[in-house]
Design a protein around this ligand. Structure first.
Ligand SMILES: Cc1cc2nc3c(=O)[nH]c(=O)nc-3n(C[C@H](O)[C@H](O)[C@H](O)COP(=O)(O)O)c2cc1C
Length: 371
């Protein structure tokens, strides 16, 4: 029997299976507001049969977006557009649940859309904006020098996370995820490679965790108990003197104590000079370590592509959930094909039922097995 296709209780939220569509920036919003692209993008994942679909990194304030095209939840217009999109998506979905990743890009904000100028920092004439970070040190050569946040500025960002979380709950999301990975603001506080502060928010791990934990706690308190709050964390910076897997264990344990129900263990992104050793399932050992040490529910991500690989991660108890990004971009029908491959069942819209292999005699003659 497939464990990947067994239900999972994420606190009060019941997921029909362990498969998660990873948050993926679409760079297609208009001043933070979702439009037609988001509607079609989220519609196809709405009925894809995954247990949970995560909406992309969503800026809690305008300057916290990565690019001019990033989604936001910092205005009534953003909230109205996303609520409208999600109510349409829910109308075509089965038991799939929906989450949103709340983010602040910190010193990696004010960047170009990848297909316009490869994600490089915005230049003059491209409407760049002032960025903020724990320390006034740019991400890399050519990047904006961020303003060092003072405590008033940090309080305003906590408030922005709270406001965005309330907006997300009103829009009907089941899960709110705090983005504390990939070199964005909260990770910048956590990592000794980007946080050079003195005082209560710099130095020891305890101090570096202080602001991300304040944000997580405030988000948890801002939404009703039936909304699950989790976080995407970094399992390692992969760099000398960076954030370590042992630090990730401590951080995840503290998130659990304040009521977060899961962590998604990713890695990398703190400095452009550090290469992530990406290979199949490269973050899985990090996820397994966090799960074993803390007992919090853990989602694994990173180069998970085949049904057998996903099944093995869950069956070996390395993680409770598996999360995929590029595999789902490549094949939004991944879940249906994985269910066929593993002899399991998944939500199939009735309108498409006749394409299910079992109701299509001779399918194997014309359709190769995927993925
Ligand atoms: C197009 C694209 C957009 C992404 N946007 C986000 C994002 O909004 N938030 C995030 O945490 N990770 C983002 N990522 C990273 C993915 O969620 C995932 O962690 C990474 O791609 C590794 O998983 P994969 O090997 O299954 O693609 C993005 C990845 C892709 C390919």
């Amino acid at each position: 029997m497939s464990l990947l296709f067994t239900p999972f209780s994420l606190g009060p939220v019941e997921l029909p299976n362990r498969i998660v569509v990873s948050p993926m920036c679409q760079y297609s919003a208009n001043d933070g507001a979702a439009g037609d692209w988001h509607l079609q993008h989220l519609m196809q994942y709405g009925y894809c049969g995954a247990g949970l679909v995560m909406v992309e990194a969503t800026g809690v304030e305008r300057r916290g977006r990565i690019t001019h095209g990033c989604l936001g939840l910092y205005s009534d217009d953003c909230e109205t557009a996303l609520a409208r999109t999600m109510s349409a998506v829910r109308r075509v979905s089965g038991s799939t649940r929906f989450g949103i990743q709340l983010a602040h890009a910190g010193r990696k904000a004010s960047a170009s859309i990848p297909w316009i100028r490869g994600g490089a920092p915005l230049g003059k004439g491209e409407d760049p904006w002032e960025t903020v970070a724990p320390s006034p040190v740019p991400f890399g050569p050519g990047w904006h020098t961020p303003e060092e946040l003072d405590e008033k500025g940090m309080e305003r960002i906590v408030e922005a996370f709270v406001e965005a979380a309330r907006r997300a709950a009103r829009a009907g999301f089941d899960v709110v995820e705090v983005h504390a990975a990939h070199g964005y603001l909260l990770h910048e506080f956590l990592s000794p490679l980007s946080n050079f502060r003195q005082g209560p928010f710099g130095g020891s791990l305890e101090n570096r965790m202080r602001f991300p934990l304040q944000v997580a706690k405030a988000v948890r308190a801002a939404v009703p108990r039936e909304v699950v709050v989790g976080a995407r964390i970094t399992g390692t910076d992969w760099g000398d003197k960076g954030f370590t897997p042992e630090d990730a264990v401590v951080f995840a344990g503290r998130l659990k104590e304040i009521g977060l129900k899961y962590v998604c263990v990713s890695s990398g992104g703190i400095l452009p000079s550090i290469r992530v050793p990406s290979s199949p399932g490269y973050n899985v050992p990090l996820a397994a370590k966090v799960k074993k040490a803390t007992g919090i529910a853990v989602r694994a991500v990173g180069m998970i592509v085949t049904p057998d690989q996903a099944e093995e991660i869950v069956a070996s108890e390395s993680a409770d959930l598996v999360c995929m990004a590029r595999a789902f971009l490549d094949n939004p029908r991944w879940v249906w094909h994985a269910a066929e491959a593993l002899g399991a069942d998944a939500h199939y819209p009735r309108q498409y039922e006749r394409a299910r292999r079992s109701s299509w005699p001779g399918a194997e003659l014309v359709r190769p097995r995927r993925p």
